[in-house]
Design a protein around this ligand. Structure first.
Ligand code: NAP
Length: 313
């Protein structure tokens, strides 16, 4: 099976891909354009793609050789899965492998935003720090507060567990179906969650129904001392509305791992002291990237061997 791997992966994963398939490594740092994706779908039996590779409905038109697109990552909003299905192309992803690592980054952002760690770190680096004082860099205490999680799926539930067991927090969640967390977690409406939470965390997938789920009206419902965290996808949030909210000091802060037009991060956001910005680090740990890669390959291997891939979408 002729396989195209669109981005550099870890050495262990690339070695396994080379051992299993007739593989071409594109090794581009930049995602595939729609035109490139179309050419790849014409030239290969299988594609191992990831974030930003534009496997759109347009790319999926015409005569195609590809029979499977294996995504490295759980979020697959860069793939038109419905259009692929209509063309008889199987799409797979890597759920589970990413859960704990991404929940850890949500907690990193929550803690950094609450305790003003980014601003404090910049202050020390600048050489301006003249010593400890009782009123310097006062942030918000996290223990015992209320977290509101938008999307209590695998990652949302892992964040909820950390908040409940690690920080004694009350957990509220907004989700389209009811969930059994195994510890106290209350399902509420989105409006109720926004109004009652000290920390609002977005963990819902990007989809047409969640596009700009959080905008000016939603930020207006949050409490002035609350923090907003997004580890899911940038376009779930109306970024200009978030910037206006932060510029006006309407909420206390935000922590972002993802951006609406990633990797573009608006200057207005980069200027602000009350926002913590990370370069999409959710799953950035070697063991996790190995596990994601092996899972993406296992899906391809199962398909090659005539079995149902374990993580077909
Ligand atoms: P998941 O297990 O599928 O969980 C998604 C949850 O969102 C589910 O509980 C689902 O409800 C809920 N949901 C979906 N659409 C909704 C809607 N319109 N309204 C309300 N609730 C809705 O996914 P996951 O593994 O937790 O991953 C979540 C997202 O995180 C991924 O899609 C990806 O974009 C992002 N992510 C980011 C990083 C990073 O590096 N920052 C890493 C990994 C993943 P139901 O159970 O009712 O379907």
């Amino acid at each position: 099976m002729k396989l195209l791997v669109t981005r550099q992966l870890t050495p262990a994963v690339e070695a396994k891909a080379a051992a299993e398939f007739d593989v071409t490594f594109r090794n581009g740092a930049v995602p595939m354009t729609e035109e490139e994706a179309h050419a790849a779908l014409q030239g290969y039996d299988a594609l191992l793609v990831t974030l930003g590779d534009k496997v759109t409905a347009q790319a999926l038109q015409g005569d195609l050789r590809a029979r499977i697109v294996s995504n490295f990552g759980v979020g697959y909003n860069h793939i038109d899965a419905a259009a692929a299905k209509a063309r008889g192309i199987v799409v797979t992803n890597t759920p589970g492998a990413v859960t704990d690592a991404t929940a850890d980054v949500a907690m990193t952002l929550l803690l950094m935003s609450a305790r003003r760690a980014g601003a404090g770190e910049r202050y020390v680096r600048s050489g301006a720090w003249t010593g400890w004082t009782p009123t310097q860099f006062l942030g918000q205490h996290v223990t015992g507060k209320t977290v509101g999680i938008i999307g209590l799926g695998r990652i949302g539930a892992a964040i909820a567990r950390r908040c409940h067991f690690g920080f004694g927090m009350q957990v509220l969640y907004y989700n389209r179906s009811a969930k059994e967390a195994g510890f106290p977690a209350r399902q509420v409406t989105l409006d109720a969650l926004l109004a009652a939470s000290d920390f609002v965390v977005v963990a819902v997938p990007a989809a047409p129904e969640t596009h700009h789920l959080i905008g000016a009206a939603e930020f207006a419902r949050m409490q002035a001392h609350a923090h907003f965290i997004n580890i899911a996808r940038g376009d779930i949030v109306d970024e200009p509305a978030l910037i206006a909210t932060l510029e006006a000091g309407r909420i206390a802060g935000a922590g972002l791992d993802v951006f609406e037009k990633e990797p573009f991060v608006p200057e207005a956001l980069r200027r602000l002291e009350n926002v913590t910005l990370l370069p999409h680090l959710g799953t950035a740990a070697l063991e996790v990237r190995d596990a994601m890669g092996f899972m993406a390959l296992d899906n391809l291997i199962a398909f090659r061997d005539g079995q149902m891939p374990p993580n077909a979408i």
